[in-house]
Every structure is written in C-alpha cells, then in structure tokens.
Design a protein around this ligand. Structure first.
Ligand code: SER
Length: 332
C-alpha cells in the first residue's frame, strides 16, 4: 500500500512529482510537506521542517507513511550564501529521514546531484564510480548524503534509492537557487523580454534533463525490483548536455529576435567544476533508464508552455479556472 510523504513538496521538483504521484497512486495517497504555511488550495499538506525529528515522526505516524520522497534541500548557489544552513538542512534532514525509515521500514527516494563531482572528476562520460571532490557545500552534502544512503542500505537494510540529477528544466514551479538555473531563466526571459544576460559563459556545457524525463526516472527507479538495484549511493542519470550558447541558438529558432549576452558571476566557477556529459550506463542496464527529450524537443515544449495564450479570449468568464480542492475528511 503506497502512503507517500513528499518533503520539499513546493519546490521545483516537488511540484511536478506530487502531481505525477497523485495521478499514479491516487490523490489521497500523497501527503505534501514543506516549511511554508499551507495555501488556500492546499490538499493533504503538512507544515514540516525536516530537521525536526519529532515532527517528522509525528507526520509519518499520523498518515502511516511507507514511502518518503525526500526532496527538501538547499541547492548549490543558495548553499554558498549560507553553507551552515545548507549543511543543517541537507544532512540533518536526511539523517532524520533515514533514521525514521530504518525504524518504520520506509522506502526512501533521495535526489543527489551532478554537484557531487568536482575539478578532478573526468568531465566527459563521467563514470558511475569516480572521483567525487565537490567545490560547493551543496556538493559536500550530496556526497555525504550518498554515503549515508549507502550505509543505511548496507548496515540496516533500508530500501533507499537515489539519482544524481542534472539541471532540471521545467515550467510549473521556479527553480530553487541552483547553478543550472540559467537554462530556465534564459527560456523565460527570451519569451517575456527577448533578451537575457546569462551568468555563465557561452561555452559552459552542463548535463540537463526535462522535467517529464526526471519524473519518469524517479518513478522507474522507485518501482524497480529491489534485486536490480546495484547502486545504493546514487545512480548517474543523463538526458542531454548543451552549452549556454547552444541553448540560445535553439531558442532563436523559435524566437529569431532573441538576444543573449554573458556576464559570468560566482556561479561560473561552480559550473566549471561540474562534468559536461555523464555516463549513465549502469542506470540503463539495471532498471532500463532511457530519456525521451533532446534539446530541440525541450525548447519547443517550453516555448509553447511558457508563451502567452495565442488568441485573445472573447469572454473573460470563459477563462479556465482551477478545480475546487478535494474535500476528504478521512483520506485513508
Ligand atoms: N540543479 C542543481 C544546481 O544547480 C544541480 O543539482 O544546484
């Protein structure tokens, strides 16, 4: 029986993952949680700071949770502004999740990142097992997190599964302060203003993935037969790699008057420390990973999803509206 808790559910990944999980398992099976107060339309949402062990345990007990997608985390650029908070949330939050998973036999998903790699990691076809010498506190917490996941799986038999996610491109919720955010910023700025000043150099090439592929990878991994999971730290997963300039050119195929200039800031050094192309052969072999979206497909879909409605609505009352929130007194 799936009774799922998503931490960091209001973030970029969480917003889309919750929709996908509710679609697959039923709306009442998925509990959202986050540090912010519930909004008017919240449905099965709990205010939860993952560093608060007792509160996490209370939510798990209340809903008899058997699976946690633990997304609450500070990303690379934001983490550099507050390394202490980055460590506290990313490490102490994960420890709490893994401890409760151990005592309650809970299955866990943990998103790791390309940020585990560093200047001495091979930049091309980065292997599954290689040097991990991150230069950011975010990367340090993700390496530590991977080791914790491996330890809890090995020592305590916790069914924890993880992916080293690349930059995720999506339109539902804004990205949360990462280095790969330039891709989404560029797409939005191109559509809204036809101009963008990019914070990394044009030749900066990073691994990226469209949100539908990221959701597919997470669901495939979590549904895979445990016997096929040979990596309990975190799997490399790849979809596309492109440079900032290649993204700008692809956007210009749809919006020819788009202009991009470049003013690198502190995020350039972070981007330079990460690989350009990841080798995800192990994920493909173990549980059949295969991406769908390449760069042209991503840009085409993002441009169509982010563009204003092409035709003016004749009657304002005909505008689409959100469905009313579901009313359920006893979800289980
Ligand atoms: N998107 C993340 C970041 O840029 C990488 O995992 O921080």
């Amino acid at each position: 029986m799936n009774r799922i808790l998503v931490t960091g559910a209001r973030g970029q990944l969480g917003s889309d993952l919750v929709m996908a999980l509710r679609h697959r398992f039923g709306a009442t099976r998925v509990i959202e949680s986050g540090r912010s107060a519930p909004s008017e339309n919240s449905f099965l949402y709990e205010v939860l700071d993952v560093t608060d062990h007792n509160r996490l345990q209370a939510v798990v007990d209340q809903y008899q949770i058997d699976t946690i997608y633990h997304l609450a985390s500070l990303l690379s650029a934001r983490g550099e502004h507050n390394p202490d908070q980055c460590w506290h949330i990313n490490i102490n939050g994960l420890r709490n999740v893994l401890e409760i998973a151990r005592s309650h036999h809970i299955k866990v998903f943990f998103p790791s990142s390309i940020a585990v790699f560093g200047p001495h990691t091979p930049k091309l076809d980065t292997p599954q097992i290689t040097v991990e010498d991150p230069s950011t506190m975010y990367g340090v917490t993700k390496v530590t997190g991977e080791l914790l996941c491996h330890y809890y799986a090995d020592r305590w038999g916790v069914d924890v599964r993880s992916l080293r996610l690349p930059g995720i491109i999506s339109y539902s919720a804004p990205p949360g302060g990462g280095t790969t955010d330039f891709a989404i910023e560029m797409l939005k700025a191109a559509i809204n203003h036809r101009t963008y000043t990019c914070f990394v150099r044009p030749e900066t090439r990073l691994p990226m993935m469209y949100m539908p592929d990221a959701i597919a990878a997470i669901l495939m991994l979590m549904q895979a037969d445990p016997a096929t999971i040979t990596i309990r730290s975190s799997y490399n997963v790849a979809a596309v790699s492109f440079s900032a300039a290649e993204l700008a050119t692809e956007i210009q195929n749809h919006l020819p008057d788009f202009k991009c200039d470049y003013q690198p800031d502190f995020r350039q050094a972070i981007a330079d420390s990460w690989p350009s192309v990841i080798d995800d052969a192990r994920a493909r072999a173990d549980w059949g990973w295969k991406p769908t979206y390449d760069l042209p497909a991503i840009v085409k879909d993002m441009v169509s999803k982010l563009s204003p409605t092409p035709y003016p609505l004749l009657h304002p009352e005909a505008q689409p509206c959100s469905p009313p929130p579901l009313q359920l007194s006893n979800p289980f």
